[in-house]
Design a binder for this molecule. Structure first.
Ligand code: ADP
Ligand code: MG
Length: 659
């Protein structure tokens, strides 16, 4: 025991990690071989040289090359991480962040949540040991609010850049700015498509590194006539392939979970009727809310003599890679967020994919050998009706929450901000109008105190305003429940075919005369009385997973509602006792500028990254001045709790990174 302890304390995080990697490689040689067989491995050294020589590098490689799983590992192995820092890798989708982190932890022979972790909204599986952190782009955007210089990161990989989600586009602009202030920071922009020159131009001519892929030819088939019902056509095509084509798995692209479930039922039913006239079909639906290590079946080798049918949304286009696919069936459609700035209404609509995106889908058939892609639309439609590329989300979505975050970051001129593709001016105006109407901005367009508070909640401004207003009406618990339940996008109730009547009855038992918001509240209350049991959900025909997600969200919102007021209240009395980090463990008291340190016995003394702004209860002077009983505060609160004492320049100095 003791020797081990001694070693542990002696080694840096990196040395310890390296030792564990060496050990892991010995234990899991199969992963070592798998890693070395990926296309990106052939360019590892040249790639690392480019990254060393340039602050920002654009990497382009086909799906399955190893960008997501390998790049962060390479940066770590090559020693880009200084002590206490980490590599961050952003993903547009939650499932991808979770499943890739699980895979990388496995490759490195570590427990998920320690050295390799992930963070998504309402679930943070990282700790002080974490050196490789996968997260959604939304999470990194929120981290900018508290640490605008991203000091905790030595390198950032913005992955799936070609997807051009709203959050990724905003990150581009913020990172470009941080990079200027932190020359040692390394940034990798990773894309699966050939749109790299545009990225390079935006990032001041950053070099583009192309990783040669290994693709096999994919033959493309179109339907002679337009299909009235792509779901039906997909199922028919699936059985045609199964009965006439040699071995190889089938990947079917549909638009949402409901279609996936319908297709699954239908294929199972048809297979049952055909019985042993056909060989076995293994049906694997990809669930967008489960990490893929929990859908292990998708990654397991197909049993001898059987064929796997994987049902997916656009997530398998580039975000997650499934090996063994030889046949792709493509509906040609995708569910997309669409926003009309004139009416201010958002909706999810099924729209035709872009040519770039259906070509990505077809390529999925060519990873193991020559493949075939069956497109459920005509060649004419492909050539004449599909757009060349997908419109970036920033040009077709509501910007209210984003505008609030940007205002919080001190970016006043949103219309003139350095976007890669600017949002329509009308959308920005709408967003600012809404924020003004909610009271988050004043008539000069400046953030109000209410606006600051609203930005603390990771939910749409309408919801955060409702939460804050609930304090006035003394109904915070109820409003938090309703907000969390409303945030679950899909239906909470389900209705199996054979139990329609029972399911209807169960659903009606939750109805409330005051309306559906209260039905949700009823459902929550009864579930909580059952001790959050799964059995309850089963009996009442409610999705257990959805309720659990609502619960996780509610827990986080409660923490925000409960802890922040306590912190502010204490700050209202102790604003004299505040200090900001200077570096190397030293803090300087705000206004008086004395050098102080955190008491080593404090739970925050080893906190990584170090807390920026501290409030302390008392100072104890021994060899140094130590702060006892400390807590983190947001410096912006000081203006709220002690406006007579602090001026904006006291708390918005360069140390807080505000512009
Ligand atoms: P890229 O990001 O370039 O598309 P990835 O790094 O995601 O490529 O994947 C590289 C390889 O790692 C894939 O071909 C696949 O074999 C393997 N892989 C990735 N994720 C998983 C997983 N969750 N389970 C099993 N294998 C995986
Ligand atoms: Mg990837």
């Amino acid at each position: 025991g003791q020797v081990m302890n001694g070693e542990n304390q002696g080694g840096t995080v990196d040395q310890l990690l390296q030792a564990r990697i060496d050990k892991a490689e010995k234990l899991v040689p199969s992963f070592d071989a798998a890693r070395k067989s990926l296309p990106i491995y052939a360019c590892r050294d040249a790639l690392l040289d480019t990254i060393r020589d340039h602050q920002i590098t654009i990497v382009v490689a086909q799906t399955g090359s190893g960008k997501t799983t390998q790049l962060p590992q390479y940066l770590h192995e090559a020693g880009f991480i200084a002590n206490g820092q980490k590599v961050g890798c952003t993903q547009p989708r939650r499932v991808a962040a979770m499943s890739v982190a699980a895979r990388v932890a496995e490759e490195m022979g570590m427990t998920l949540g320690d050295e390799v972790g992930y963070s998504i909204r309402f679930e943070d599986r990282t700790n002080h040991k974490t050196v490789l952190k996968y997260m959604t782009d939304g999470i990194l955007l929120r981290e900018f609010l508290t640490a605008p210089d991203l000091a905790g990161y030595a390198a950032i990989v913005i992955d799936e850049a070609h997807e051009r989600t709203l959050n990724t586009d905003i990150l581009f602009a913020l990172i470009k700015d941080v990079a200027r202030a932190r020359p040692e920071l390394r940034v990798v922009i990773s894309s699966a498509t050939l749109d790299a020159p545009k990225f390079s131009a935006y990032f001041d001519k950053a070099p583009i590194f192309y990783v040669p892929g290994r693709v096999h030819p994919v033959e493309i088939y179109y339907t002679p006539q337009p299909e009235a019902n792509y779901l039906h056509a997909a199922i028919t095509t699936c059985f045609q392939i199964h009965t006439t084509q040699p071995k190889g798995d089938i990947l079917i692209f549909l638009t949402d979970q409901a279609e996936i479930e319908a297709a699954q039922e239908n294929i199972q039913e048809t297979a049952r009727i055909l019985g042993n006239k056909i060989s076995e079909l293994v049906i694997c639906p990809i669930r967008t809310n489960l990490p893929s290590n929990q859908q292990a079946q998708v990654y397991e080798p197909t049993p001898e003599g059987a064929r796997k049918v994987i049902l997916t949304t656009d997530i398998a286009e580039t975000s997650i890679t499934i090996d063994g696919v030889v046949f792709v069936i493509d509906s040609g459609f995708v569910k997309q967020d669409s926003y009309n700035p004139r009416t201010g209404m958002s909706s999810l609509v099924t729209v035709p994919c872009s040519r770039a995106s259906v070509d990505q889908r077809a390529e999925c058939a060519g990873r193991v050998g020559p493949g075939k892609a069956f497109r459920l639309y005509t060649k004419r439609a492909f050539e004449n009706e599909l757009e060349a590329t997908t419109v970036p989300e920033i040009q077709r979505t509501n910007m209210a929450l984003t505008a609030l975050s940007l205002k919080c970051l001190g970016i006043d001129d949103i219309i003139g901000f350095d976007f890669m593709d600017p949002p329509p001016a009308e959308t920005v105006t709408r967003a600012l109008e809404l924020l003004y109407a909610l009271g988050a901005l004043n008539h000069r367009g400046e953030l109000t105190e209410l606006g600051h508070r609203m930005a603390e909640f990771p939910v749409n401004p309408e919801l955060s305003k409702a939460i804050i207003s609930s304090e006035k009406y003394s109904c915070t618990e109820e409003v938090l429940t309703i907000v969390s339940m409303l945030s679950e996008s899909g239906s909470l109730f389900y209705r199996p075919k054979d139990k329609k009547v029972h399911a209807e009855q169960a659903r009606k038992s939750f109805y409330h005369p005051a309306g559906d918001h209260f039905t949700l509240l009823n459902l929550w209350n009864r579930w909580s009385e059952s001790n959050f049991s799964q059995q309850f959900c089963y009996e009442q025909f409610v999705h257990f997973k959805s309720l659990n997600r609502a619960r996780a969200m509610r827990d986080q919102l409660i923490r925000l509602c409960d802890i922040i007021p306590v912190q502010k209240a204490i700050a209202a009395g102790y604003f004299y006792n505040t200090a900001t980090l200077q570096g190397d463990g030293e803090y300087r008291t705000i206004k008086t500028g004395h050098g102080v340190y955190i008491d080593p016995s404090s739970s925050l003394s080893q906190h990584l990254p170090p807390v920026k702004t501290m409030l302390y209860h008392e100072l104890v002077v021994t060899s140094k001045s130590y702060m006892r009983q400390v807590m983190e505060i947001n410096p912006a609160w000081l203006l709220e709790v002690a406006p007579q004492y602090f001026k904006p320049e006291d708390v918005e100095g360069p140390d807080n990174g505000k512009k």
